[in-house]
Ligand binder design. Sequence first.
Ligand code: SF4
Length: 556
Amino acid sequence: MSDFAQSITLEEIEEQVKLKFPSHKKFNDGQFQIIMKILSSFLIDGNKFYILEAPTGIGKSVIAKTVANVINYFTVPNSKIITCNRLLQRQYSSDFDDMKNIESSKHYDCAISLFKGAASTHYNDIDCGGRSCPSIGRCDYFNAFNAFINAPTGITNYAYYLMNAEINSNLLIADEAHNMESLICTHYSIELESEQVNGLFKYMKKIQVDNESASKIRRGFLEMRSYISGQTENLFFLDDFIYNIGLMYKRLTSEILKHKRGSKTTLIFSGKEDHLSKCKSHIEYLKRLEVLLQIFRSNPSSYIKMYSIENNGSEDLVKAILKPLEPRHIARILFDRSKYVLLMSATICGVEEFAANLGITNFGFDCLSSPFPVENRLIMLHNLEGLNNGNFSQLVDLYIQKMDEILDFHIEDRGLIHTVSYSNQKLIESKSRHAKRFILPKRGELFNINKLKSTKNGILLSPSMTEGVDLADDLSRFQIIFKMPFANLGDKWIKKKMELSYVWYLIQVARTFSQACGRSVRHKEDSAITHVIDGNINKIQHLLPKYIQEALKEDN
Ligand code: SF4
C-alpha cells in the first residue's frame, strides 16, 4: 500500500482528474478510465511503475498531462516528460502552454557570442561564463532551463534527460517507451575510433601537455583496444585510465580559462578560434568518456565488445565499441531519479519481456483498444511462403508479382511500400510493372511530403518509414509490408541479443511491424488497407498488440 493510502481516496482522485484535465480538451472514449487506473495504481496501490500500451488516436499526450497535473497536486509538483525527438517535445509544449520545454544548449544562441558576431559558444562550454556571466539575464538557455526545472511539468528528450543526471523528477513519463532500450544502450556505448583518438594524441603532443598523463592516457587507450579486440580480459588498467582522463580534461579546462583571462598558460594557443574549438571538443570527449567508463566499470560483463578494422587506402581505421547488452543495469540509474514512472507506447508487444528487460517489477499495465473502427484499418494477410536468406532469390519474383497485383487493385491510390532494406528498394524498383509510380526517398533524407502530394497515384518505396511518418487520408490509402522487418543480424549487438533471447528478437519485429501498420490511418474517419505479403507474420502474430491482432484478415 502507498504512503497515501490512508489519505487519498478514489473519489478525491476522480474529482481532481475532472478538474485537472486540460480545459481545451474533451475526454475521448476510455481516457477518463485509463487516467483513473494509472493514478490509482500510483497513489492507492503504491506501484512505482505503470506501463501503458495505447494506439494512435487515444490521446496519449492528454493522458500524460492529466496524470502529471494530478500527481503534481497530490504530491510534489515536479513531473518530467521525455520523448524521442525535438519534434515531439515541441508538439507537447505547443499543445500545453504551461509545459516548459528544454533542449540541448546547442540549440540556443549565446547572447554574448551573438553580440560579438560569433555564435560558437553554448551554455556550459568552457568559455561560457555560466552563472557569473554578465549577460545571464539575457541567456536563452539559462532562462529556458530554469523555467523547465521550476515548472510543475517539463518536457525534454531522452538524450537530454540521460545526459543531465542531476535532474530529478517526482513523476517521470517516458513516451515512445518501446525505444527506451535502444536509446539507453546507444547513449551508454563507448566508442573508441582511431581517427578521434589519434586526433587527441596529436593535439596533446602539439600543445605540449604534461607528458606523464599523456602517455598514461595513450597506454589506457591501447589497453582498452586490446580488451575490446579480445586479446586480453585484463581490466586492471581501468582505474588509472579513468583517473588520468579526469586529470587531463581538468588540466585543459584550467589552461583555457587562464588563456581567456589573459594569464600565462603552458599551452600553446595561437589565439585562433579553431584552436580553441578543437580543445573544447577534446575536453567534451574526455569528460563524456570518463562518465561512460565509470558506468562500464561497475558491470563490464554486461557489455558486448565490437571491434573492426577498415583500411581507407592509406591507413587502418580501428573502431572499438563497448555497448551495454542489458539495459536494466543502466535503466535503474534513470528510474532511481523518480518516485513514479509511467511508460507509454503504442507497441510494447509483450509486457513481461519489456518489463524484465528494463528491470521493472511490480507494475500496473493496460493495453487499450483502438478508437478507430477496425474496418477502416484492415490488415490483409497474403501468406506467401516466408522469405529468408536461403529462399530469397527463388521467391522474390513471386513476391514482386503479388505486390504488382495489389498495386493493380490500388491503381488510383497513393500508398506506401515498406521494403525493410535499401537493397530490396532497388530490386523492387528494377522489377515492378509499377516502377513509374514509385518515389524513392534517399538514405538520411528528410522527406518532402509535397513530392507525394504532387502525384495522383504515387507510391513511397522505403525501408525507413515505419515510424514517425504521418500519411493521413488520401496521402496513403494502402500500405504493403513486402517482407517482415527482421532486424539485421549483421549488427553484432542484435545478433548477440537474439542469441540471448529469441523472443526478444521476435518482439523487435512485432514492434516495427505494428509501427508500420499505423502510418496510414491517422484519425477516426481515415481509412487504409495494409497488405502483408510475407507469411513469416505467423511467427510474431501472438506478440502483436490486441488492437493489431483484431484487424488481421486472411486473404482468400
Ligand atoms: S551564460 Fe553568458 S556566455 Fe554562457 S551561453 Fe549564456 S549568454 Fe553566453
